[in-house]
Design a protein around this ligand. Structure first.
Ligand SMILES: NC(=O)C1=CN([C@@H]2O[C@H](COP(=O)(O)OP(=O)(O)OC[C@H]3O[C@@H](n4cnc5c(N)ncnc54)[C@H](OP(=O)(O)O)[C@@H]3O)[C@@H](O)[C@H]2O)[C@@H](O)CC1
Ligand SMILES: [K+]
Length: 483
C-alpha cells in the first residue's frame, strides 16, 4: 500500500523524530536520497553534467542545495539560483560552495537553465501556499523551456506551486519529470490535477514511519489487490460465490446492459442476474446470464445489486431504483440511478451503498459546477460521501474512493484511454460483482477501479469498452497467478 499524509501529520511526525536525533539529520537524509535519485534519472551518470538548483528560502531549498553539494562532489557542474539571495538556507549554501558549486541570483537563471542537463526544483515544498508568486513563476516557465530542450526536471518533495494536501493547482506550478518525496507521499502527489505535475514518484525513507498517524489517502498496490480478490474454495458453489443483480439498459440503450453484465461476469461473483428490457441483447452476448424481465423485487435472491447504466428515467426505472434501495444487500448506484436515488433513503439504508459518479454527475448531486469538482476532487468526493452517508467512487483521471471515517483511496492504474463510451458501465458491473462476492464497498470500489484501469492498460488502444471487460481475467491472473 502507498500511503499519503497531510502536511500537519508530516510536521508532527518530523518534530517527534527530530527530537531524537542530532540537528540536521533529517535534511541530510533527505538530501542524500535526493542526490542518489538524481543520479538514477541522469542517463550516463553525474560526472561532468550540468545541474541547476533552484532554491527558495525554506528547507525545501535547503534540501536542494545539500543535494547539489553532493552532486558537485561527484563531479557535476552545479549552479544554484537563489530566489532571494539574502534568505536562502545558509548551511546549504555553504555546503554547496565548499563542494565547488556556483551561486547566483534569478537574473542569471535563463542562461544557466538553457544549458542544464538536470534542474532541481527546490522553490517550495510542504511550506508552499497558493500558486507560485511572480518571481517563482518565472523560474517555473524557464524550467519548462529547459525541459523542452531536454533537461530533466526533478521536483524536491513536491512540484512547487501544487497544494500538498488537496491536489489542487491554484496557480502557476512546476512541471516535473520526477518527484523525490520525503518520509511519506503527500495527497497532492497522487490526486489530479496536481499529480500530473509530479511525473514519476520516488519515496525517500527518512525514518518518519513510526511517528506517522493514519494516512489521509492510500493507493492499493498489486499485493493489496491480490489479498482482496475473491477466490473460490473447495466448498464454493455459484450461490456461495455470490450472485450479482444488474439493473441496467433500456429499449434505447441495450448496450449499457451488455457492458455492465460483461463487467459483472469478470468480477468474481458466481452468477449474474440481469433484470430489465435488454434481456435478448444480454443473452445473445452472454448466454450464462440469468435473465428476468423485472421488476427487481421479483427477480430472486442476489447478494448485491448494480443499478443505473443506460437505465433512463421512466416509471419502470424509478420503480426499480425504489425496490433496489429497499433491499437489505449492498447496492451500487451508477449513471441514471444517481439522479433517481433519494438522498434520505440512501442515508437511511443499513446495508452498504456505493455511488459511482463521474465529475459531472458528482457536480449535479452537490449542486456545484463540474469544474469545481475537477479542481478539488478529494474534497468533493468526501463531501458526497458525507452527504449520502455512503461510499463514493469518483471516476476520472485519478479515481477516488471515499468513505467517512477511513482514509480515502486513490487508484494508481488509471489511463486517459478509459475515457471512452461504456467504460463506466463495465466498471459498475465489475465492482458490483466484487460486492456480491463479499468485499466491502470501499474494497470493491478500489479493487474494481484497479482491475479496470489495469485491464485498459493491457488492451491495445484505441479500444471499445467491451474489450476492457474481456481483458479483466488476464489482469486478474497477473495480479494473483495462483488464484
Ligand atoms: N517535514 C519533514 O519531515 C522534512 C522536511 N524537509 C523539507 O522541508 C520542506 C519544508 O520546508 P519549510 O517548512 O521551510 O517550507 P518550504 O516548503 O521550504 O516553503 C517555505 C518557503 O516558501 C516560500 N513560499 C511559500 N509559498 C510560496 C509561493 N506561493 N510562491 C513562492 N514562494 C512561496 C516561503 O516564503 P515566505 O512566505 O516565508 O516569504 C518560504 O520561503 C519540505 O517540503 C522538505 O523539502 C526535509 O528537509 C526533511 C524532513
Ligand atoms: K519543490
Amino acid at each position: 500500500m502507498r500511503h499519503a499524509h497531510a502536511v500537519d501529520s508530516v510536521r508532527s511526525a518530523e518534530a517527534a523524530l527530530m527530537a531524537t536525533l542530532p540537528p540536521g539529520t533529517l535534511m541530510r537524509r533527505a538530501a542524500a536520497g535526493l542526490a542518489a535519485a538524481c543520479g538514477g534519472v541522469l542517463d550516463g551518470g553525474v560526472y561532468g553534467r550540468r545541474v541547476v538548483v533552484l532554491a527558495g528560502s525554506g528547507d525545501n531549498g535547503g534540501d536542494a542545495l545539500y543535494a547539489g553539494a553532493r552532486l558537485a562532489g561527484r563531479g557535476a557542474g552545479v549552479t544554484a539560483v537563489t530566489l532571494d539571495p539574502d534568505r536562502a538556507h545558509p548551511d546549504g549554501l555553504a555546503a554547496l560552495r565548499r563542494a565547488g558549486g556556483r551561486i547566483t541570483g534569478p537574473d542569471h537563471a535563463p542562461a544557466a537553465l538553457a544549458r542544464a542537463d538536470l534542474v532541481l526544483d527546490g522553490i517550495t515544498g510542504i511550506g508552499g501556499k497558493g500558486g507560485l508568486r511572480p518571481r517563482a513563476a518565472e523560474l517555473a516557465h524557464a524550467a519548462r523551456a529547459a525541459s523542452a530542450s531536454g533537461a530533466v526536471v526533478v521536483a524536491v518533495d513536491l512540484p512547487s506551486g501544487v497544494d500538498a494536501d488537496t491536489g489542487e493547482t491554484p496557480g502557476e506550478a512546476f512541471r516535473a519529470d520526477a518527484t523525490v518525496t520525503f518520509g511519506t507521499y503527500k495527497p497532492g502527489l497522487l490526486v489530479d490535477p496536481a499529480a500530473e505535475y509530479a511525473g514519476a514518484l520516488r519515496l525517500v525513507d527518512i525514518g518518519l514511519g513510526p511517528y506517522l498517524p493514519e494516512p489521509e489517502l492510500e493507493a492499493l498496490q498489486h499485493e493489496d489487490v491480490a489479498r482482496l480478490l475473491p477466490v473460490p474454495r473447495g466448498e464454493s458453489d455459484k450461490y456461495r460465490r455470490g450472485v450479482v443483480g444488474v439493473v441496467a439498459g433500456s429499449q434505447r440503450y441495450p448496450g449499457a446492459a451488455v457492458l455492465a453484465v460483461g463487467g459483472a461476469l469478470r468480477g468474481g461473483a458466481g452468477a449474474v442476474r440481469y433484470v430489465g428490457p435488454a434481456g435478448d441483447a444480454v443473452i445473445g452476448r452472454y448466454p450464462e446470464t440469468l435473465v428476468s424481465a423485472g421488476p427487481p423485487a421479483k427477480a430472486g435472491r442476489v447478494q448485491a445489486w448494480v443499478i443505473g447504466p443506460g437505465l433512463g428515467d421512466d416509471h419502470l426505472a424509478r420503480q426499480s431504483v425504489d425496490e433496489v434501495l429497499a433491499c437489505d444487500v449492498p447496492v451500487l448506484i451508477d449513471a441514471d440511478a444517481l439522479r433517481l436515488a433519494d438522498r434520505e433513503r440512501v442515508r437511511a439504508r443499513r446495508a452498504p451503498t456505493l455511488l459511482t459518479p463521474h465529475a459531472g454527475e458528482a457536480a449535479a448531486l452537490l449542486d456545484v459546477a463540474r469544474e469545481e469538482v475537477e479542481r478539488a476532487r478529494l474534497s468533493h468526493v468526501r463531501r458526497l460521501a458525507a452527504a449520502y452517508r455512503a461510499t463514493v467512487l469518483l471516476k476520472g483521471s485519478t479515481t477516488l474512493v471515499a468513505e467517512e471515517g477511513a482514509p480515502a483511496r486513490v487508484n494508481p492504474t488509471g489511463t486517459a484511454w478509459l475515457a471512452t463510451a461504456g467504460s463506466g458501465d463495465v466498471l459498475s458491473g465489475l465492482t458490483g460483482s466484487l460486492l456480491a462476492a463479499g468485499l466491502s464497498a470501499r474494497d470493491a470500489g478500489s479493487v474494481g477501479a484497479y482491475l479496470h484501469g489495469l485491464a485498459a492498460r493491457h488492451t491495445r488502444h484505441p479500444f471499445g469498452a467491451h474489450e476492457i471487460a474481456d481483458r479483466v481475467p488476464y489482469v486478474w491472473h497477473s495480479v494473483h497467478p495462483r488464484a
